[in-house]
Every structure is written in structure tokens, then in C-alpha cells.
Ligand binder design. Structure first.
Ligand SMILES: Nc1nc2c(ncn2[C@@H]2O[C@H](COP(=O)(O)OP(=O)(O)OP(=O)(O)O)[C@@H](O)[C@H]2O)c(=O)[nH]1
Ligand SMILES: [Mg+2]
Length: 645
């Protein structure tokens, strides 16, 4: 199987990029009439070349300083670069600027062609080659072969091909299976076909008939047909130039900068956290709040910088920053970007994305910055843990790991289960998000907060044996996810750290502290209610008996409720639990015929007075035991639950 790679050109205007590609491939990349008439390249041009086991998709860029933005949208996909310097002109401004951009985009493999060798004498050629070598010092291309060529005389081409082949061999193999991603660089309409978009496949593969998400909107579009260098193909994959015939969209609506991708992974965002590097050639530092043009993928988006740990970024230095974009942009962890000055139109710097879909961060917030900075050099496992940590109580999902830690979906699955096994991540099934995981330390801190809250409540109400579970969830609302708190409470009940059920919870270690007198009073309360049947005493009536403990009366009743001895019917009345059970049994039997009973009849049945019968009936309605219709009460048939426990 031949391997597909992208070869791109770079270099100053008129230095012979397009001529050299034509000499190598026979293809003229200048296709626009304006390019022909002016003799310069304006937009990206495309060609292809078979080189040993490699199929090179070639992207020819313009050298003119006004078209740097076009150069940037092409350079984003280069595997190998062919940097062109004319022998009669040597190193010029866009030689430097293109080289800066290549460096910022992380392009490490390339060859330099010193073109138009026929125009200079051997001594001049040597000087130019030395100047080029010096220029490459301190760049990733410092060891790139430098080869003199002449398209006029046809010299240097075999050597150039050999050197390119050697560079191709050094390009890293892409991961086996990855999600599909392509940044769109052109969109047009073809008679008989409709909308066609082109771009370089950045990862994964796409087949005819499949659907891809069109971002930033997210609409799913069906792939009608695919081409690679004008040839129809069934599938496109990483490293290929592709033309994609899309169904259901007008070509005017599709713009350079938008992307096609497997749905679910990219999350368009107006805020990205980045490691930002300022070019050392700048004459001024980059200031906090500087407006910039952000080039990412094939997109160019206006935005503002927020320097997180500095007031100004000196030339040649780096810092952590956030980019606030006017339009949502798409990125993954590690993706390179370039920033340019919106007015002077010069390249300022660039760097790598650390958080592709970020929230606004507080500047100089040491704790957060300490988690973000190591993201730049972290391995996949460290990235996954840092991302989880930064997500806090919201936890992470597989899709987030793919995007924010730049893993393949298969790697993300493997890493999730591995880290869960190690106990570094805890799986959570929350009501509000897809199944994911939360950093173990974060869960430990939630556990601590639950324990601390219950502890405080137990101290405040020492007589109460348990507290309302809903109230506890509300008290921890800052966590932002009730489902997570509920899941954690269930887990803690299983671990026996707390005791309780769906209604009430308490620390397992908590024992209500009743004094001897309180305990005696409690026995009296319960006994009085047992004796009173359906005519229970009023809460107030115990005030005198309680004496010094009167102020605890309400809490003592709560203890009786919590211990299932009394059941609250109304604020003033409690029934002994045995009577409450008997009450339901009697009514269930009587109401079974479906006829319904009035309050008067229920009063007769229970042998009580209206004073008690009314609150008892209201209580039964409230707990869903009976249903009121006019003057009558009917039994509520419990709904049959299938398959539930
Ligand atoms: N003598 C000589 N002329 C050359 C050679 N290569 C290119 N040229 C000429 O240089 C001019 C510019 O060549 P292009 O290939 O269009 O340059 P380019 O780098 O693509 O220019 P832009 O795309 O506009 O940046 C043309 O007139 C070419 O004929 C060469 O090896 N020898
Ligand atoms: Mg050209």
C-alpha cells in the first residue's frame, strides 16, 4: 500500500515555487485567470507526485505577503515542506515569515531548494546556500538538505526528489484507527454534482455514503462522492487531498475554515487556552488584551488575547494565554495555531492549544495555571488526569478525552478503563450527562464535603438521628450535578460511611445524644400516642410534662419519626406507627369495593372525631394512598411497575 503524505511549498514571492512543482509533476498549480495574467500565485494550488512508496498530495502556496492567510490555510496540513529560495535574491522577508510559520505549525520535515541556480555564478550560489543554512539554525529544519535547482536547465531535480523521499521516510506513522477530520479550504459547485468541498484529511477516514458533521453548526451531511486528485475514490484517509461531493447543502454556505468531522468530538468554542509563543523577531512585546487574527486549521478568526500569567509577552518568550474569538473555532489538544497582527499584517507568534473548548479563566490564578501549564508536555495518561482534574465535579466523557487530551477513540476507551482500574478515575453514571468518569481526588473531596455537612448538622441538632436527603443535596448544590451527589450518597451508603435510604441520611458514626430525662420524655410521647389510637394528643399538650426539656420537644418528635415510631399527620398531630399501619389496612379493606367514603364515614370507621378525621384524610391524600373526588375518598391503585425493584 502506498502511503499518502502532503508536501507543501513555502518561500518568498517569485522565487520559483510553482515552476519547481511544475518541473517535478508536470502540473501547473496556478489555475486562476488572475494568477496567469499577473504571473503570481494568489490562492492555494494543487498537484500530486508518486515518489517511491509515497503518494504526495502537493499544496502550492502564494509567496506574496498579502496572501499569507492563504498560505496559512494550506500550511496547516503539511507533512513535508519544500522551502524555496531564489539564488539571485537569497533570503527575503517572506522566506523568514514562512519559515516562522512552519516552525509555529510544528512542521519538522523539509528540503530547501535554491532555485534559479542558472542565474548566478558558483560563488554566489555558495554564499546563498550558506545564508540559507544560517537561517535554518535554531529551527526544526536546521538539518534539512539544501539543493540547488534550475527549472530552466532541468538541473537538481533528481537530487531534490531523493532528498524529499528521505524526508518522507521520517514522517511519523499515524495511529491505526482515528476519527475523521478535514478542514475545508475550498467550496464550489460542479455542474451535475452540486456542492464540492476540498481539504486535506487531517485524521481518520471517510467513505462514500457516510455522513459527516459540518462544523461549527454540526449539521450532518451525506457524502455523495469522493475524489483524490480528480480521480473518483471510495474512501479518503489521512494525508490525502480530497474533494467531497456533499448532499443537502449550498456551496455558498460552506466557507473556508469550517470543518467536516466524525460527529461528537469537535466542540466549537469561542474560548481556547493556549501556550503562546512570541516570535523573537518582533520589535515590540505582545500586550495583554491585544486584538489578533487567529489562524487555526484553515480558519482565520478575529479575537483578543488574555495573557494569563503576564502583562506583556516579550519577543522570543512564551506564556499561558486565552484567546477570545469572535466566531467559534474548532481545535483539539496540541493543535498548532498562528496569530497575526490585524492591522500591520505581520505574524506575531503562535503555539499550541491546551484547552480547545475552555471557560474564561481568572488571570494569575495560581492553582488553575499549575494544572494547565503541565498539559503542554504531558503524556496521554497525564493529560487525561489533568483534563479530569480541570473538569472538577463535571467529570469527563470519552468524547472530551478524545478532544481535550487528543486521543483516538480507542485510546480513550482503553485509558478510561485503565485509570478506573488504577483507582485514579471513578466511573459515574449521572442523570445529566453521558456515562463518564471523575477524578478520584475530586470524588474524595465531595465525600469530605458530604461528611462535613452531616457532621455540622449532627452537631447542630444532636437529637436528630438522620437528616432529609433532599436538603443535603440542596446544601451541596454548588457541585452543580444532583445526579453525581445522589450517586455518591448511594456509594457511601454501600460503603457504610453513611446510613439511610432515599429519604433520610446520617453519618454511620452518629448516635443521637439523648439525656436521661429526654429519653424518659421520649418514651412518654410514644406511649401516649400508642394509647391514644386515632385521637392523638396535641404536640403542645406535652409542654408542661417536658419541663426543662420543652425546647427540645420538636426535636424529640423528629427523633421518634426518624426511628419510625411516630408518623407526622399534620404540624400538630402524630400517629403511632402501629396505628398508621392499622389505619391503612382498615381503609384498604373498606375502600376495596371502589365505592368511596366520605370524611364522616371514615370518622365512624376509625371511631374518632372530625377534629382528627380531617387531617388524617388529608394526610392519606398527600401520601397518595387515597384520592379525593368531591366529598368522597377513593383508594389509589398502586401502579404496576414492570421490571423495577
Ligand atoms: N531562470 C530561471 N527562472 C526561473 C526558475 N524558476 C522559476 N523561474 C522564473 O521565476 C518566475 C517566478 O516563478 P514562479 O514559479 O511563479 O514563482 P513563485 O514562487 O511560485 O511565485 P509566487 O507563487 O507568486 O510566490 C517565473 O517567471 C519563472 O519563469 C529557474 O530555475 N531559472
Ligand atoms: Mg507560485
Amino acid at each position: 500500500m502506498p502511503r499518502d503524505l502532503i508536501l507543501g511549498t513555502a518561500g518568498h514571492i517569485d522565487h520559483g515555487k510553482t515552476s519547481l512543482i511544475k518541473a517535478l509533476t508536470g502540473i501547473d498549480c496556478d489555475r486562476l485567470p488572475e494568477e496567469k495574467s499577473r504571473g503570481i500565485t494568489i490562492d492555494l494550488g494543487f498537484a500530486h507526485l508518486e515518489l517511491g512508496p509515497y503518494r504526495l498530495g502537493i499544496v502550492d502556496v502564494p509567496g506574496h505577503e498579502r496572501f499569507i492567510k492563504n498560505m496559512l490555510s494550506g500550511a496547516t496540513g503539511f507533512d513535508v515542506v519544500l522551502l524555496v529560495v531564489a539564488a539571485d535574491d537569497s533570503v527575503m522577508p517572506q522566506t523568514r515569515e514562512h519559515l516562522d510559520i512552519l516552525q509555529l505549525l510544528g512542521i519538522r520535515h523539509g528540503v530547501v531548494a535554491v532555485t534559479k541556480a542558472d542565474l548566478v555564478d558558483p560563488l554566489t550560489l555558495d554564499v546563498v546556500m550558506l545564508e540559507v543554512r544560517e537561517l535554518l539554525q535554531a529551527t526544526p529544519l536546521k538539518e534539512a538538505p539544501i539543493i540547488p535547482t534550475s527549472t530552466l536547465k532541468g538541473t537538481g531535480l533528481p537530487e531534490l526528489k531523493e532528498a524529499l523521499l528521505d524526508q518522507c521516510r521520517q514522517v511519523d506513522e499515524p495511529p491505526e484507527e482515528d476519527w475523521f477530520r478535514l478542514a475545508i479550504d475550498r467550496s464550489f459547485s460542479v455542474a451535475g454534482y452540486g456542492t464540492v468541498v476540498t481539504g486535506t484529511v487531517a485524521s481518520g477516514r471517510l467513505r462514500v455514503g457516510e455522513e459527516a458533521a459540518w462544523l461549527p453548526g454540526g449539521t450532518l451531511l451525506r457524502v455523495r462522492g469522493l475524489q483524490n486528485h480528480e480521480q473518483p475514490v471510495e474512501e479518503i484517509h489521512r494525508g490525502m487531498r480530497a474533494a467531497i461531493n456533499l448532499a443537502g447543502v449550498k456551496h455558498e454556505d460552506v466557507l473556508r475554515g469550517q470543518e467536516l468531522a466524525t460527529p461528537g468530538y469537535l466542540l466549537p468554542s469561542r474560548v481556547m487556552t493556549v501556550r503562546l509563543h512570541a516570535l523573537s523577531s518582533l520589535s515590540r512585546p505582545i500586550k495583554h488584551r491585544a486584538p489578533v487574527r487567529v489562524h487555526i486549521g484553515t480558519a482565520e478568526i478575529l479575537g483578543t488575547l488574555s495573557l494569563l500569567d503576564a502583562e506583556r509577552l516579550e519577543p522570543g518568550q512564551w506564556c499561558l494565554a486565552q484567546m477570545f474569538l469572535e466566531e467559534p473555532g474548532m481545535a483539539v489538544w496540541g493543535q498548532p495555531f498562528v496569530i497575526r497582527d490585524p492591522s500591520a499584517a505581520m505574524t506575531l507568534g503562535g503555539g499550541m492549544v491546551l484547552q480547545p473548548a475552555a471557560e474564561k479563566l481568572r488571570r494569575r490564578h495560581v492553582e488553575t495555571l499549575a494544572l494547565i501549564e503541565p498539559l503542554a508536555n504531558a503524556n496521554p495518561e497525564e493529560r487525561a488526569l489533568l483534563v479530569a482534574k480541570l473538569r472538577g465535579y463535571r467529570g469527563i466523557t470519552k468524547a472530551e478525552l478524545v478532544r481535550a487530551a487528543r486521543l483516538t477513540p480507542a485510546q480513550a476507551d482503553r485509558l478510561l478503563s485503565h485509570l478506573v482500574e488504577l483507582g485514579k478515575l471513578m466511573p459515574v453514571h449521572s442523570s445529566t450527562q453521558e456515562m463518564g468518569a471523575i477524578h478520584a481526588e475530586q470524588l474524595a473531596s465531595l465525600k469530605e464535603k458530604i461528611v462535613a455537612t452531616l457532621q455540622r448538622w449532627h452537631e447542630q441538632w444532636p437529637l436528630l438521628s438522620a437528616h432529609d436527603r433532599g436538603k443535603l443535596v440542596t446544601a451541596l448544590a454548588f457541585v452543580g450535578d444532583d445526579g453525581l451527589i445522589q450517586a455518591q450518597l448511594d456509594r457511601m451508603i454501600m460503603e457504610r460511611v453513611i446510613v439511610g435510604d432515599q429519604r433520610r441520611v446520617a453519618l454511620a458514626s452518629h448516635k443521637p445524644k439523648l439525656s436521661q430525662n429526654q429519653r424518659k420524655l421520649k418514651v412518654k410521647l410514644v406511649e401516649a400516642h400508642r394509647a391514644a389510637g386515632f385521637q392523638p394528643p396535641q404536640v403542645e399538650s406535652f409542654t408542661a410534662q417536658a419541663g426543662g426539656n420543652a425546647k427540645d420537644l420538636k426535636d424529640l418528635f423528629e427523633v421518634c419519626v426518624a426511628e419510625n415510631e411516630l408518623v407526622p399527620i399534620s404540624p400538630d398531630y402524630f400517629l403511632h406507627a402501629e396505628h398508621e399501619t392499622a389505619l391503612k389496612e382498615q381503609l384498604r379493606a373498606k375502600l376495596a369495593d371502589g365505592k368511596g367514603m366520605s370524611v364522616a364515614e371514615i370518622k365512624e370507621l376509625l371511631g374518632t372525631t372530625r377534629k382528627y378525621a380531617v387531617p388524617i384524610c388529608e394526610y392519606l391524600d398527600r401520601i397518595g394512598f387515597t384520592r379525593r373526588d368531591g366529598d368522597l375518598r377513593y383508594l389509589v391503585q398502586p401502579a404496576v411497575k414492570i421490571g423495577s425493584v
